[in-house]
Design a protein around this ligand. Sequence first.
Ligand code: AMP
Length: 411
Amino acid sequence: MSNKLRPVRGMKDLLPEDFYHQDEIVNTSKRISELYGYKPIETPILEQTNVFARTLGDNSDVVSKEMYSFEDRGGDSITLRPEFTASIMRSFISNSLFHDLPLKYFSSGPLFRYDRPQAGRQRQFHQINFEYLGAEGPLADAETIKLAMDIFDSLGIRKDFTLELNSLGSNESRQKYLDALREYFTKYKSDLSEDSAKRLEKNPLRILDSKDEKDQEMGRDAPLIHEYYSDECKNFFDDLQNYLNIFNVEYKINPRLVRGLDYYCHTAFEFTTDKLGAQSAIGGGGRYDALSKIMGGPEVPAIGFAAGIERIMLLRENYKSESKRPITIIPIGDENIEYSLNLADKLRDSKKQTILIHKGKIAKRMEKANKQNAKYAIIIGSDEIKAGKYNVKDMDQGIEKKLTEQEILEL
Ligand code: AMP
């Protein structure tokens, strides 16, 4: 075993090129969400464990297997956030923002899940996330989905995925459906995977989400949620589809799309791609009218969605950042450093990226300037300072010109 230092398994350094890429994705999402009235919000990366344990449902994969939870030095159980929604609802409740509804929040940042790392799946990953609290009716859902579409359009990846859509119905019809599912799967109880057998009592909906092939096989003839819709559920879903048609948003209804967490109702959606192998989901979301109440707040209808930044980056594999090209200053001799520092200062004041290369042979320093992708290299010697004219090499054309300080500042 080598004792070389390396990052924790499933966690990656974000080197500059990827950092620029991530920044662009985040800034584009934030800018477009602002057109819909979203505002940025940041909550702590650590929360008390019960913020997630109580809300996501004890038998969800995230809570039972994937959370990074530990005791802090004071003995409190805290958790690195595995998702945004519960943190943002916690923030809404702890800041008592009940009279400010509707609220639309954009967030981005790292999340942590102790999952098996593979291409497109990390233990520390990043999301862009959108929550709309006080979201009344299906129009809010249609606008949320359209926002996601606009963002994917701007990022140039809309062509890469399908929007899958389903309705989980109201809480009442969902309860009826859960009973029917429980009855259905009880017949197969002894054949279900260990995880699914545990889900049978508490949330059989999640058996439909199972990745186990045998579970999937058994789920094939399970009852479907739409058989249990009330008129209200049907109208909600019809209206949503009408609004999506007005927005020209294409979708495919997937009656088996349930989304794993306990608090969803009505609208559920997912963006899936066939371009990333096993990790087909780029993002998804849904309506969670029950969450605020579960967390001790008032009843607040709400909808949100999140998308994984790493997976978006994989889809945009040809991305190249617009690299900034610096001006390099090469002083000859220590006596010219003072002038060189002052010149660098003035160039930076006029928003030009400036790099000083002050040690080594001139030829070597020119090589370094080239490596930095410099646009110009300015050589500062005593004679040049006396004459007030400096040798400026245009690195693309290989030509040297003599320029005054004023001319350099205007480069
Ligand atoms: P979820 O919060 O599970 O609905 O995930 C929303 C999106 O986050 C997914 O569609 C993925 O794009 C991304 N995602 C979830 N888990 C991971 C992970 N472990 N590594 C990378 N991306 C992830």
